[in-house]
Each structure stands twice: as structure tokens, then as C-alpha cells.
Design a protein around this ligand. Structure first.
Ligand SMILES: O=C(O)C(=O)C[C@]1(C(=O)O)C=C[C@@H](O)C=C1
Length: 381
């Protein structure tokens, strides 16, 4: 058996040669970039990549083909990234981000006209008051209307729930993201305590019908199943449920909502903190029409579609790993009218002005079938 230190010597010698060859290959990438700039050609050339991978795989025995492909895919990715850097702009999105970083205001606005779904007392309102000091809030019936108010410049910002620590993502909002143009400028993480609210003088034993938003109902499953002879009804949101209860003539109705709703609608708290998990948080996104990146932005969101082929998502995930960028959230939603094709949403943890962020954006934009950058922001807690 060969001695380990002898084998390592051989590896070192091979690696030294590989590095020299790698340097030569990367200078070819520089030359290609110069040529492509002069001839206005895109960095990515899929047919050339396919042909190159097939030729290199044909050079090795069967049991080494996969490794060879992995190696050359990595080499071409490095080559593409290098070309992107050389070409300066490196894709429309990097250019847009640089521009936004240069012209965005130093301070997050204190006053604004903000669109929210629901009525006064909704958790969106509480989140809005955390994000802005003096928000003038316009209430809309649906999440879609909030997106439209922002898109059509009717409101400066919109605040929408995106996920809850117990009930998961707010799918309706994720699906609407595919249909609207907007950017995320801030997120807010709010602790949610649900309470059972009823008209003054009513007791728990009177309650036969409970109204709330679907997400709140899902977050209070254990409490609700402990009640006998009660029917649960889903409605637009928790504040609307409280309003309905307050305006109802009946004494057997109650709402699951915030304490703020009890104050606003003159209701009594029959039971407090009735959510299953004590640590129940909801994250809200504050959206604007234009891309604005306020100082301190250390998170970003992308939407992307990967090619329908084995390993496509794995290759995207490898890019984050290579750049040591942490993925905070990964969500997938079916794309309407496309059979089993999915839109992937990534939230990542990485300062917006860092070089690895630009490399990531450049690389995703040049390889994904569809790519949309939704913004960079910080989170208010
Ligand atoms: O040949 C090219 O056009 C290149 O840009 C070089 C290269 C490579 O590194 O081999 C890189 C990117 C292209 O997608 C194809 C191939």
C-alpha cells in the first residue's frame, strides 16, 4: 500500500498544475468577456455549455462522468461570474441595485400613506405602527387591493402578512406576488397573542359561533377544539370579526383577535393568549412600488423559476453555499397555468452592498429560467 504522505505529495503536485490551468482558463473568460462586450453577446451560452459538458464526459470512464460534469459546471459558473464582473454592469439587476443603493434616502420615512387589508385593529395595523412613526392608514378589503394601491401610486407603501411561526406562509400573499410589481423595503416580526372577545356581559358558556381569520383559527386549534358546541367561521380578518361581533344583536358570537380590537370595538376578553404556541410570531412585509434600499439592509428576497431538470434546484442552492450566504426562508408555490412548475421564493441573510451579494445576483440572473429581485431590507422586531 502506498504511503499517505506520498499520495498527498502527488495530489499537491496535480493541484499546483490545476491552479495554473485554472488561471489560464479564467484569463480566457476575461478575453471572452471583452469579445462579448464588443459584439453585444450574452454571457450565458447554453448550447456551448451542453456541448462542452458532453465532450468532457466522453473523455472519462462511466463511473467518473458525474464528477466530471460537476467539475466543469463549476468551472463554467466561475467563468460566467468572472465575465459578469468584467462586464461591470453584470446584468440588469446588479445595475438596478447599485443605482438604488446610491440614491436611496439615509432614513426610513416616518410619515406615509400606507395601504393595509382589513379595518382598524387588524394585526397589519399594529405592524404598520411598528414600521412607521406616523402612518396614515388606508384600509382595503383584499390583499390584492393593497398590492394595487401601491402599484398604482395610490399609497406610498403597503403592509401585508407573509408568514406565521405556527400556521406557515400566507399562500394568498405569495401567489399575489407573482402578479404584481413591487419591492420589499422593510419587514416586521410581531408577536401575536390571540384572545377570545365577546360583547360585555357575555360569558364563555354563551358562545356558540366564533369568527376570525383562517390563519388565527389555525393558530388556536387546541383552544377551539376544547370548546363544546361551537362552530368556527373564517372571515376576512380578525378586526373585521371583532367589528361584526360588536355590531351583532346576538349574544352567542365571539371573535378571535388582538387586545387592541377589544379596546377599539368595546369588547370583553373572555380568554387571553389562546394560541397553541406561546411564541407565536407573524412576519409582515412593507412594500413600495420603486426599489429603495435603506441603510442597514441585510436581508433580500428573490423569486425564481429553475429549469425543469434533475438537480436544478440543487445547483441553485449550491450557489448560496459557495458564497456562504444563509437562506432564512425557502417557499415554493405552483405557477398558475403551468403543469407542476413552481415559483421559488428565497429570503437570504446578506448585506445588500456586499460583493458576494452582487456575485449571487449576477449568477442567479444568468442561470435561472426566470429571476426577479424583490428588494433588500432590514427587519423591525
Ligand atoms: O464560450 C463562451 O461563450 C464562454 O463564455 C465561456 C464559457 C466557459 O467557461 O466555457 C462560459 C459561459 C458560457 O455559458 C459558455 C462557456
Amino acid at each position: 500500500m502506498e504511503d499517505l504522505s506520498d499520495i498527498r505529495k502527488e495530489i499537491d503536485s496535480i493541484d499546483t498544475q490545476i491552479v495554473e490551468l485554472f488561471k489560464r482558463r479564467m484569463s480566457c473568460a476575461d478575453a471572452v468577456a471583452t469579445y462579448k462586450r464588443a459584439h453585444n453577446l450574452p454571457v450565458l451560452d447554453r448550447s456551448r455549455e451542453r456541448e462542452l459538458l458532453a465532450r468532457r464526459a466522453a473523455q472519462v470512464p462511466e463511473d467518473m462522468k458525474v464528477y466530471t460534469e460537476v467539475l466543469f459546471e463549476l468551472l463554467m459558473e466561475a467563468s460566467r461570474n468572472r465575465q459578469g464582473e468584467r462586464l461591470g454592469a453584470g446584468g440588469d439587476t446588479v445595475e438596478k441595485i447599485r443605482d438604488a443603493l446610491a440614491r436611496s434616502p439615509e432614513l426610513f420615512p416616518r410619515d406615509a400613506y400606507v395601504a393595509c387589508q382589513g379595518v382598524e385593529g387588524a394585526y397589519q395595523q399594529i405592524a404598520t405602527d411598528r414600521i412607521f412613526r406616523h402612518a396614515n392608514i388606508g384600509y382595503f378589503d383584499t390583499f390584492d387591493a393593497v398590492f394595487r394601491a401601491v402599484e398604482e401610486n395610490y399609497a406610498d407603501f403597503g403592509v401585508l402578512p407573509i408568514e406565521n411561526s405556527t400556521a406557515g406562509s400566507v399562500n394568498q400573499v405569495f401567489d399575489l406576488m407573482m402578479r404584481h410589481n413591487f419591492h420589499i423595503v422593510r419587514t416586521c416580526r410581531l408577536k401575536i397573542d390571540h384572545n377570545l372577545l365577546a360583547k360585555p356581559g357575555c360569558g364563555l358558556e354563551d358562545v356558540r359561533h366564533i369568527y376570525s381569520h383562517e390563519q388565527a383559527i389555525n393558530q388556536c386549534g387546541e383552544f377551539l377544539s376544547s370548546l363544546r358546541g361551537v362552530t368556527v367561521h373564517a372571515c376576512e380578518n380578525t378586526a373585521m370579526a371583532s367589528k361584526m361581533v360588536a355590531e351583532s344583536e346576538r349574544r352567542d358570537v365571539a371573535a378571535l383577535a388582538s387586545r387592541a380590537c377589544a379596546r377599539i370595538y368595546g369588547l370583553d376578553v373572555l380568554a387571553s393568549g389562546v394560541q397553541d404556541q406561546g411564541n407565536n410570531y407573524t412576519r409582515f412585509a412593507c412594500i413600495s412600488k420603486d426599489l429603495v434600499i435603506y441603510p442597514g439592509a441585510n436581508r433580500s428576497t428573490f423569486m425564481l423559476v429553475v429549469n425543469h431538470e434533475p438537480g436544478a434546484l440543487y445547483k441553485v442552492l449550491a450557489k448560496f453555499y459557495d458564497l456562504d450566504i444563509n437562506i432564512i426562508k425557502l417557499e415554493s408555490r405552483p405557477i398558475p397555468d403551468r403543469d407542476f412548475e413552481f415559483m421559488f421564493y428565497f429570503d437570504i441573510d446578506c448585506p445588500a452592498a456586499s460583493p458576494e451579494f452582487f456575485t449571487l445576483v449576477r449568477s442567479l440572473e444568468s442561470t435561472c429560467e426566470e429571476f426577479r429581485y424583490l428588494g433588500s431590507y432590514s427587519e423591525v422586531i
